[in-house]
Each structure stands twice: as C-alpha cells, then as structure tokens.
Design a protein around this ligand. Structure first.
Ligand SMILES: Cc1cc2nc3c(=O)[nH]c(=O)nc-3n(C[C@H](O)[C@H](O)[C@H](O)COP(=O)(O)OP(=O)(O)OC[C@H]3O[C@@H](n4cnc5c(N)ncnc54)[C@H](O)[C@@H]3O)c2cc1C
Length: 391
C-alpha cells in the first residue's frame, strides 16, 4: 500500500486504513523476523524497503513535497504501534524525519525542492548529527567547524552516536561557523551533508539494545560542500534550527515509550493467564494483579500525555512543556513496565526466546534520546515558571 503518491488531505478513513496497513505489516512481516534480526544486530534491509512502500520515510513531510503530511497525533499512533513490536525500526524513520523537518521548517525553497521529495520516498535517508564525543547535552560545546572557502565550506570534526549514520546517505550536520562567537549558540550552523569524499564512518557503536539500527561515529576530514547546503542560507542559525524540531522529536520518543510500555503490558497480560502456579493462573494471584493494575495505569497515562502533546503540536501551539512531560513520563513508564513484565515472566523473561528481554533492553534509550530525562524535568519546570509568573 503506497500512500506517498496520494496528494490530498488525509481524512478519517485514510487514517484508519493506514493504521490497518501498519498493523497487518507488523503482524505478517515484522513479528516473524524481529528476534532473528535483533539478536544478530543485522540491518533489516527488507523491512526498510517495506517501510518505503508504506510511506513512512515521508510520514510528516508535507504532501506538496511528496510526503504523507500526517498530523502529529496520527504519526504518534503509528510510532506507538511499531515500537510495541520493535523500537529499533521506528528510529530508522524517526531520525530521518528530524532531518527532513529541519529542511522543511528552516530550509530555502530551493533546498526543500531539492531534498524533500527524495527524503519522502526514502531514496535519501539519514538523520540528525549533533552529538560529539565531548558534547551531548551541552550542544553548544561542539567542536566541529565549517570554514568558508569561496562559495564552498570545508568541514572538519567528529560526530558520534549518529543514528542512520552508516546505512543512510545524508545527515543534518551541526557545526561551528564561528567558533569564537561570544555567545556560543550564535556561532553555530546546520548543513545538509550528503555522503561524499571527506565523510567517512569511524566505527559502528555496540549497544545494549536498539539493535539492528546503525549508530555511527562519523568523521569529517576536509569535507567540502557548496554553500547552498547551509540550511536557510544564513550562518548562525544552527542551534535554533537543530533544537527547533525537538518538540516533535520528543513526541516521537514519548510514542516509542508508550509503545514499549503497552507492548510489555500486553506480553505480561497474556503470559499471566497462561502460566500456572499453585493450581491457578498467576493472574489470579493478587501480587500479579497489583503489578498489572499499575502497569496498565502507567501505559494509559503515558498514552494520554503523548496524545495531548501531539494535539497541542497539531494546533500549532508552543508545546515544549507538554512534549517534555510526555517524553519524561512515557520513557520512565517504558522502563518500569518492561522490568515488571520481565518479573511476571519469571525465568522465561530472562530468556532470549521470549520478546520481553528485547523491550527491557530497548527501554532505557528512551530516557536518554532527545534530551535526557534529567533535562526534561528542568525544561518542564522552566516553562512552568514562565507560564505562571508570580504576581
Ligand atoms: C542509541 C543512541 C542513539 C543516538 N542517536 C543520536 C543521533 O541520531 N544524533 C545525535 O546527535 N545524537 C544521538 N545520540 C546522542 C544523545 O542525544 C546523547 O547521548 C544525549 O544528548 C546525552 O548526551 P551525553 O550522552 O553526552 O550525556 P551528557 O551530556 O554527558 O550527560 C551525562 C549525564 O549528566 C546529566 N546532565 C548533563 N547536563 C546536565 C545539567 N545541566 N543538569 C542536570 N543534569 C545534566 C545528563 O542528564 C546525564 O544524566 C544517541 C545516543 C544513543 C545512546
């Protein structure tokens, strides 16, 4: 089912059809192979091809540029469903869509025309390259530089932890165009950086979870690109552009958290009815019921917070507080539900033959990505104070 070519507003029926197509695909194509790919940490090329067919690489890209133009609420629902089965593959299109968002929101019309249609089909795939070995939360401390040379820039430095950095062919690259700027953020710029001479992969990073999707260290050595790759065409906007997509990015990660929290609950609910101890299914023991009750409440609260943030985003409201709350709560819910589900599974929860061990390994990343949960609480508090000045 290819929805990419359908250039009209999505109505309720289209949305229901899309969800149905995603559910069928998960059931038929993803569930049967997830363990094999995940345990081998192998890139799921056939699944990526199916994701192109489903239009996922253009999910939030405007229809005018060949994307589906999905509202955040529907996009969140799709991410939740996929993450309940396998979080890794959500990263393959989520991070890619952050690159697309930077271009669509801040790029020149020529950049949008040149890049968005190819990003929407998945012909060009990639992500956002911000983090460096010595700069994660403190993004303004990055060291990568871009030096102007006539109508080109020459870029040098190292990025790390970049999702889709190895299998993809393009990243949005945050650099310093003025490393000596008095206000550090004013010296930063964001480039569209396709793979070409001067851009190479240092190494693939090994991880606890989030397997199969590539996390790369990327090395830029005298990487030379024409100035028309500078997003928006003006230097000094990079910090603002790189963080300008964070509201949707956080809704993204919150949705992954909801998916894991719900997936873990579903596995536990099923297992608790099958496994018997002392002559009855363990779901009839009160200790297990208490766990299931808490897990169900947590998953539901995480879902509602996330849909609330997505609805605010769709209304065009500033929603960094709502997105921060959703991301913080849903990721912690993912962590707690995955370990509780594992406990309910007893020894089998620790077995690689069961799915819960994967959700348990994937959950912690949601507490780190798109701003750690320590930072989320600080962002929430700052907004809270800003919106409620003392009289
Ligand atoms: C699997 C994976 C995929 C990733 N994908 C990408 C990607 O595609 N692109 C990309 O650019 N990056 C990516 N990252 C990097 C990720 O965004 C960073 O790891 C994250 O921003 C945290 O940065 P850090 O690891 O350097 O931690 P640090 O910034 O060193 O933080 C360490 C600890 O200190 C806390 N801390 C830091 N500053 C403060 C403060 N002011 N107040 C309170 N607490 C503070 C943090 O919360 C954390 O607990 C990925 C990371 C992982 C693990």
């Amino acid at each position: 089912m290819n929805l990419v070519t359908r250039h009209h507003e999505l109505d309720e029926r289209d949305a229901a059809q899309l969800i149905l197509a995603i559910d069928r695909w998960l059931e038929r194509e993803v569930k049967p192979v997830v363990k094999a790919y995940d345990h081998a940490d192998r890139y799921p090329t056939p699944i990526v091809e199916q994701m192109k067919e489903l239009g996922l690489f253009g999910a939030t890209i405007g229809q005018g540029y060949g994307g589906l133009g999905l509202p955040a609420r529907l996009y969140a629902e799709i991410v939740m469903r996929i993450a309940a089965v396998w979080m890794s593959i959500t990263g393959i299109f989520n991070s890619h869509l952050m690159l697309a968002l930077a271009i669509e929101k801040f790029g020149t019309e020529a950049q949008k025309q040149a890049w968005l249609p190819r990003l929407a089909t998945g012909e060009v795939r990639g992500g956002l390259a911000l983090t460096e070995p010595d700069a994660g939360t403190d993004l303004q401390a990055i060291r990568m530089t871009a030096r102007r040379d006539g109508d080109h820039y020459v870029i040098n430095g190292v990025k790390t932890w970049i999702s889709n950095g190895i299998e993809g062919n393009c990243v949005a690259l945050l650099v310093k165009t003025d490393p000596h700027a008095a206000q550090r953020h004013k010296g930063m710029s964001l480039f569209i950086a396709p793979k070409q001479a001067g851009f190479r992969v240092g190494r693939k990073l090994e991880k606890l979870g989030y397997k199969s999707i590539d996390s790369g260290e990327l090395i830029f050595e005298d990487y030379r690109i024409s100035a028309d790759h500078l997003i928006g065409g003006v230097e000094g906007q990079g910090f603002y552009q790189a963080t300008g997509g964070l509201e949707l990015g956080r809704i993204n990660v919150a949705s992954r958290g909801v998916g894991i929290a719900e997936g873990a609950l579903q596995l536990a609910t099923e297992y608790a009815q099958i496994r018997k101890t002392f002559g009855k299914p363990i779901c009839e023991h009160q200790a297990i019921q208490l766990k299931l009750g808490e897990m169900a409440t947590r998953a539901r609260a995480a879902r509602l917070l996330t849909l609330d943030a997505a609805a605010a985003f769709d209304r065009g409201e500033r929603c960094d507080m709502e997105a921060g709350m959703a991301k913080y709560f849903a990721s912690e819910a993912a962590l707690e539900n995955s370990i509780e589900s594992m406990r309910i599974h007893g020894a089998y929860g620790y077995s690689k033959e069961f799915d819960i061990e994967r959700l348990y390994r994937d959950a912690p990343l949601t507490c780190i990505g798109e701003g750690t949960n320590e930072m989320q609480r600080i962002i929430i508090a700052r907004q809270l104070i800003k919106r409620n000045p003392a009289s």
